[in-house]
Design a protein around this ligand. Structure first.
Ligand code: BJW
Ligand code: ZN
Length: 246
């Protein structure tokens, strides 16, 4: 595989690396992306499902959609892309800033993860904010009710129009700004404020590398764009690193 010299020099000299990831990194684990030809939003309208008003209008429908996706996520395995990122912790200070809610980075072994859009395994009562992990809840397709107050329980994910968890966002943004290299992997980079993080990294002097099967909104800002599958490219980067770090 051909590596641009400038990129190799960054890999050799760099100490802090950030991976800013999106749904595309989990595509090879069998989890659908949102947009694009195989995206779930070709079939479902986001405004009908991924917002609070939709949940209040039809909580059972929204809950059933998340139950369906929990089943897919629980049966999926981290792929070679997630694993390569986790293994790079042997050689660099690695932070993962992810828009994904699927837990696959953690299951692959990454230890420093900022989850910008929440986590599908966590849920909370919309009235009293008591948290429930998914296995504690009955696996029915109708929305569960809080044991303490009877309120509706929703997944702890960030819907449109909602604020991102502040600590996760500011921690992820700082890690990106302090990084020597910021890899942007498998995201269309159209959802804000998350998509601002790689731009902040670049402005702060980080070397911005994109890995995606096709050009994105971010491609014009990157130092290096690499078009191909994350599960194929990331292991090749790891192999290259092992040549000079071992
Ligand atoms: C591969 C591959 C392989 C495939 N290898 N690559 C107008 C302008 C600007 C902003 C706004 C606006 N109107 C509204 C907004 C704000 C809004 C927003 O950004 N909207 C835009 C979409 C227009 N943002 C918000 O509302 C956010 N909150 C906010 O702004 O708060 C402030 C506020 C508060 C109060 C009032 C008003 C404002 C919240 C955003 C929450 C996003 N939530 C979701 C759902 C999470 C829960 C769930 O999963 O159900 O998060 S939306 C969805 O998109 C999900 C994702 O994390 C997010 C990003 O998607 P991602 O990961 O990029 O996936 P895709 O499918 O888009 O891309 C996949 C990529 O992979 C593609 O590029 C493929 O090519 C590639 N790929 N296979 C490598 N093998
Ligand atoms: Zn409650």
């Amino acid at each position: 595989m051909y590596f641009k010299k400038e990129f190799l020099d960054k890999l050799k000299d760099g100490k802090k690396i950030v991976f800013f990831t999106g749904a595309g990194i989990s595509a090879e684990s069998g989890i659908s992306t949102f947009r694009g030809k195989d995206g779930i939003w070709n079939k479902m309208k986001p405004e009908e499902l991924a917002n609070f008003d939709a949940f209040i209008r039809n909580p059972d429908l929204v809950w059933e959609w998340y139950q369906h996706r929990r089943n897919i996520v629980n049966n999926a395995l981290p792929n070679a892309g997630h694993t390569a990122i986790a293994e790079l912790e042997k050689f660099y200070e690695v932070s993962v800033v992810t828009q994904n809610i699927d837990n696959l980075h953690r299951r692959a072994g990454s230890t420093k993860i900022f989850e910008l859009h929440g986590n599908i395994e966590r849920n909370f009562c919309i009235e009293c904010h008591t948290f429930y992990n998914s296995p504690e809840l009955e696996t029915t397709n109708t929305v569960p009710k809080c044991k303490k107050c009877g309120g509706l329980i929703r997944p702890d994910v960030v819907w449109f129009g909602e604020m991102l968890p502040q600590d996760e966002f500011s921690g992820g943004e700082k890690a990106a700004e302090w990084s020597d290299i910021c890899f942007v992997v498998g995201t269309s980079a159209v959802v804000y404020p998350a998509a601002h993080i790689p731009i902040s990294a670049k402005r702060a002097g980080s070397y911005l590398v994109e890995i995606n099967i096709e050009p994105t909104e971010l491609s014009r800002y990157t130092d290096y764009s690499w078009f191909g599958k994350a599960g194929e490219i990331l292991p090749k980067i790891l192999e290259e690193v092992k040549k000079f770090k071992n």
